[in-house]
Design a protein. Sequence first.
Length: 241
Amino acid sequence: MENISEDRKSIDYSIIGVDEAGRGPLFGPVVAAAVYLDEGTYMEGIADSKILSAKKREEAYNRIVVNAKYGIGLATPEEIDLYNIFHATELAMNRALKILAQYVEIRNVQVDGKSLKLSYPSKCIVKGDSKVYQISAASILAKVTRDRIMRKFDSQFPQYKLAKHKGYPTMEHLEALQMYGPTYFHRLTFEPIRKMLNTQLLEEWYRDGKISVERYRVILDSMEVDIFGKIRSRRRKSRKN
């Protein structure tokens, strides 16, 4: 445990901090973490994960997992497609809190963001990852965990260079998608992925058990195609001049 008395004074140790990583990418899960610190625990280098280098995040991650009580949860690309990214983020956060609940009583939860509704009483803090120590720690756990997941996916799908951009819609990723098409680990309801899909590819994934019938139907609906592969007609209200 690392202790620095002056900085420790500003920390409210009753707080459980929650944050996520990966709401914006086109590929892979959204990951959330929940962090609780025992009274007096202080670690150097804890800050909003976005302002830390990859090396500094890894160093901070190693300190957090030794000194904190924490839970990590995720929501899969399928769950993102079924429930949308906002509710999938809530799902990942609830899973992280459920794991943490094995070690501490869940109360005084503060979450980075706004309008999130969790299974536990909580308060949303806009830019909380730069304001609340425990949320900063959670942001680091979530980010490092997701980056590690992306590196594993990179070995499975090297053509997308996922270890480099972590699934975000960079030019390199978009060019790879144009060349190789999407995988079922991409978020199929996200643009521009959705526009790259066709019923033949979806049926192949469904037959091979790579996507569920629920996801298959959601994607078809988003494409405005029925289960027989026919484009649904749209009814438009006439506009009066």
